[in-house]
Ligand binder design. Structure first.
Ligand code: KIV
Length: 264
């Protein structure tokens, strides 16, 4: 079983092989996704929302990311592992950004992801020059929720479109080996994918990206109150989980569990 490396991910664009990326936050799911042959596992700072129950990603800390990156690293042997840099771990200064990026590699990631384009160019360059591979993230950047006024599709106007194209060029020029395009029109995803030599991985960015990523709780159907247009639920896990816990409760209450076969 060969580990997926950064040259492998980069080569997928040239080969026209679409990149499959999913999020994971613990060893158990990382093991399943790894066995399923996904190319990239992302320990996303979506952790804050889907696991820790915060309304956005802004409360996630480096300690949270390190703990969950270590867990995912223990569960995965083959997939390329990327860890998100959380809010305030890279914006305050370049030395702090390098140190925090390095801590995520020490936790088991092979690369870090950070949000921002032209404004993060110097930071991406400095981290990448330390041989810490960087995946960019532009378009709808959840850590900028307050500037954007919510989770809104970006790049609909001409000026926004120009800015996102400029962000894409900046991220590539700074040395990122790939970039996530989030929440932009399909045509813009197509244009950026054709423009860049590094792979683009889309979430709500249309079918023309070099790969696709989804948050695991979304494609597994774990929530019944969150269904944005870009999400496809490939199963509905919430229902069997709910049914199982209902059955357990019933059997505990009526005394049928544990039976003889579960007793010593
Ligand atoms: O945090 C995350 O899960 C992400 C993906 C949505 C790309 O950044």
């Amino acid at each position: 079983m060969k580990k997926v490396t950064i040259p492998d991910v980069v080569a997928m664009k040239a080969k026209g092989r679409r990149i499959v990326m999913v999020t994971a936050y613990d060893a158990a799911f990382a093991r399943i996704f790894d066995e399923a042959d996904v190319d990239v596992i992302l320990v996303g700072d979506s952790l804050g929302m889907v696991v820790l129950g915060f309304p956005d990603t802004l409360s996630v800390t480096m300690e949270d990311m390190i703990r969950h990156t270590e867990a995912v690293a223990r569960g995965s042997k083959r997939a390329h592992l990327v860890a998100d840099m959380p809010f305030l771990s890279y914006q305050t200064s370049i030395p702090e950004a390098i140190r925090n990026a390095g801590r995520l590699l020490q936790a088991g990631a092979a690369a870090v992801k950070l949000e921002g384009g032209r404004s993060m160019e110097a930071t991406i360059r400095a981290i990448a020059q330390c041989d810490i591979p960087v995946m960019g993230h532009i378009g709808l950047t959840p850590q900028s929720i307050h500037r954007m006024g919510g989770y809104k599709v970006q790049g609909k106007t001409d000026s926004q479109r120009e800015r996102i194209i400029d962000d894409a060029k900046a991220v590539q020029d700074a040395g990122a080996y790939s970039v996530v395009l989030e929440g932009i029109p399909t045509a813009l995803g197509d244009e950026i994918t054709a423009l860049l030599s590094i792979p683009t991985i889309g979430i709500g960015a249309g079918v023309h990206c070099d790969g696709q990523v989804l948050v695991m709780h979304d494609f597994l159907g774990m929530f019944d109150d969150f269904m944005p247009k870009f999400v496809k639920r490939f199963t509905e896990l919430r229902k069997p989980v709910r049914d199982a816990v209902d059955s357990f409760s019933r059997e505990v209450r009526d005394g049928t569990f544990p039976g003889e076969e579960h007793s010593f």
